[in-house]
Design a protein around this ligand. Structure first.
Ligand code: ZN
Length: 678
């Protein structure tokens, strides 16, 4: 057994023994081994094959990825200053290694030799897909460009990374630059107690009296949603929508960053032979072309807009009659919507929460999975990083299929949110099968005293969502690491298995079976469920067109728009005229803080949210057509979607499961956007 637990790959990670001081030596050793392997494989392998080239290369990179995955995971769930320092110190060396690999022409030559070898035709679909993905990725990292262009490409890459970081930093700084102190609690009438306590604590931390309000979400949102004080809402709204624009400090202004980002991404795409950045973005995705995405968004907009207009009209009527707001403004919408929601569907999250103890919810989830796929989930044991963590095996006919860690409660030093990550992927090595292992991480409220943990309905949905990602990873039947589980799955299709699982949280039969009131033990009453169901699609038309506004703006911006001459605010206006029902004031500078597409990974990709929703709703409709959760449809979903992972395209998998192309109808129906039959 290795002294450094991060270098032990014989079984599951030895979490209890891993210390921050293990990290840098382990990563340094693995990087050096991987570089040595790459050098060997490029210099001394004359006729590369799967066995003498791909396997050893995968061995080397898998070890590095697994060790680094453990470090990244610990950094996210049991963060300490020492761990963070060790993690940060290794980010650059790791990313240098991957960049180096992507630019290695000798390595590319070996992949081409494999593709040209007689053996290639005999490879199964998974192996061929891996070779093709690798060849594609070399091309997309500029490896094949002539030297001068290759250098230009690299310069663009590093400038884009810098611009993204600055964009994000400016949004944060501009957000933090605003604060407001209020002495008088009456100015905050309507704001809930817990938010007021937060505001008061923030003022105290600044050694002031009264209340502090900032543009951070936990401050901004309760004011916009609950404060009766309209002038205050307007003041906050104005500050919020002007962040990082020409209206604030010049050093926080993102305007020129947007322009440069648009120009450079276009140049990058053209260097690689694409007409524009949207084409490059879609090259690795399920959607085929910008035109297809734009048509999809416009079609959905045309269908959703009448419902959105109805939502808007109802909100205006309610605001005028009940709230005395006859001219509904941008800063009134969240406020009026919350009042309307309560008036229509009065029930409290607190009330619902009493019915969802963890001891019922987890067996309920495992029961659904058993019904669909005939697999058993059984608690097992493994070294863990915290006492909260539990470890489970998934078995099919008593055979181990995969395993997962549940780390469900929030605590200090744990990153917020919920996510699935892979601890290791399925891979056949000689006669042995490496089974997949997943981390499933959430941030639910921990049990207090002798009471069980109680989940809100939203938390139950989150749990099902993440478990859906987990099943995609764990139920794969592909033997090659590069395309097993979620590896190699197109980015705009990755949310299909997760959003699919959410649907079961709205099935009466499923949901009722996983409830027991914390005090009385009673199951969820039907009338409460009906209220939850009615509230589910509240203003879904308005929310849909808002997402479409962002998506269409993003796609048009990265397709034909020329940033050197064009005005993107004018483009956004045109998009709004086409799809929106709410029109913000002209000083709104939403793009200046639209980090998803200017700093995150969603450039020419924001449509993915809606795209994947179409897939997941349509896949779920196959179960509805067969009468709900059932084993026959479940087996097909496993075989055609979950099992195949990235070994074939998501569209092929969808067609194999559904017998046709995806259709939008189920999404419209699930969102309540269908005309009621007369
Ligand atoms: Zn997800």
């Amino acid at each position: 057994m290795s002294q450094n637990p991060l270098l032990d790959f014989t079984g599951l990670p030895r979490f209890a023994e891993i210390r921050p001081e293990h990290i840098s030596p382990a990563i340094a050793q693995l990087l050096s081994e991987a570089r040595h392997t790459v050098a060997q494989l490029t210099a001394h392998v004359d006729s590369p094959s799967w066995e003498n080239f791909v396997d050893p290369l995968t061995d080397a990179t898998e070890r590095l990825s697994r060790a680094w995955g453990v470090v990244g995971h610990l950094n996210a769930v049991v963060n300490t200053p020492e761990l963070r320092d060790a993690y940060n110190a290794n980010i650059a060396p790791i990313s240098e290694f991957w960049t180096e690999l992507g630019q290695n022409l000798a390595l590319l030559g070996q992949f081409k030799a494999i593709e040209a070898s007689p053996a290639y035709a005999g490879y199964n679909a998974a192996r061929q897909k891996i070779i093709q993905n690798d060849l594609r990725d070399f091309r997309l990292s500029g490896a094949e460009l002539p030297e001068a262009q290759r250098q230009r490409y690299a310069a663009i890459q590093s400038r884009l990374a810098e611009l993204s970081a600055r964009f994000e930093q400016n949004v944060m700084d501009a957000t933090d630059a605003f604060s407001l102190y209020l002495e008088d609690a009456s100015e905050l009438d309507g704001v809930p107690e817990d938010a007021l306590a937060l505001f008061a604590a923030a003022a105290q931390a600044d050694e002031k009296t009264g209340y502090k309000i900032t543009l951070q979400f936990p401050f901004y949102f309760p004011v916009m949603q609950y404060a009766h004080n309209r002038a205050l809402r307007q003041k906050l709204y104005d500050a919020y929508v002007k962040r990082a624009s020409e209206f604030g400090l010049p050093e926080h202004d993102n305007t020129e960053i947007i322009r440069e980002k648009l120009q450079l991404t276009r140049e990058e795409a053209q260097l690689l032979g694409f007409a524009n950045y949207a084409e490059l973005s879609l090259f690795t995705k399920m959607a085929e072309s910008p035109a297809q995405v734009i048509a999809f968004l416009r079609d959905l907009a045309a269908r959703a807009k009448p419902f959105a207009a109805k939502d808007r009209a109802e909100l205006e009527a309610f605001a005028s009659k009940e709230l005395g707001l006859s001219d509904l403004q941008a800063w009134d919408i969240a406020y009026a919507a919350e009042k309307l929601r309560v008036a229509r569907y009065a029930f409290s999250e607190q009330e619902v929460k009493q019915y969802f103890p963890e001891s019922k919810v987890l067996p309920g989830l495992f029961g659904v999975v058993n019904t669909l796929y005939g697999v058993q989930v059984r608690e097992s044991s493994a070294p863990v990083w915290h006492d909260d963590v539990r470890f489970y095996d998934i078995l099919k006919d008593d055979q181990l299929v995969g395993s997962f860690y549940f780390d469900l409660y929030s605590r200090e030093g744990k990153r917020p949110g919920a996510w699935m990550d892979d601890a290791r992927g399925r891979r056949k090595k000689g006669d042995t099968m490496q089974t997949p292992v997943a981390y499933l991480t959430c941030n639910f409220t921990r049990p207090v005293g002798d009471k069980p943990a109680l989940f809100t309905h939203d938390e139950v949905i989150t749990l099902f969502h993440e478990f859906g990602h987990g099943l995609h990873h764990m139920l794969t039947q592909v033997d090659e690491l590069g395309v097993s589980g979620i590896n190699g799955v197109e980015w705009d299709a990755v949310e299909l298995p997760s959003q699919f699982m959410e649907n079961f949280c709205w099935e009466w039969d499923v949901l009722q079976g996983m409830t027991a009131h914390a005090e009385t033990g009673a199951t969820l009453p039907r009338d409460l469920f009906d209220k939850m169901l009615a509230a589910k699609n509240f203003q879904s038309g308005m929310m849909t067109v808002r997402q479409l506004e962002f998506s269409l703006f993003d796609m048009l911006l990265y397709t034909d728009f020329d940033a050197s001459t064009g005005d993107w605010l004018a483009l956004l206006d045109e998009v709004r005229q086409e799809v929106a029902v709410n029109f913000p004031p002209s000083y709104n500078r939403f793009p200046n803080s639209f980090s998803h597409i200017f700093a995150g990974g969603y450039a020419a990709g924001y449509y993915s949210y809606k795209w994947a929703e179409v897939l997941s709703a349509d896949a779920y409709a196959a179960f509805e057509e067969a009468g709900g959760a059932n084993a026959a449809t479940g087996k097909r979903f496993w075989d055609e979607v979950l099992a195949v992972g990235g070994s074939r395209s998501a569209l092929e998998s969808f067609r194999a499961f559904r017998g046709r192309d995806p259709q939008i109808d189920a999404l419209l129906r699930h969102s309540g956007m269908v005309e009621q039959a007369a």
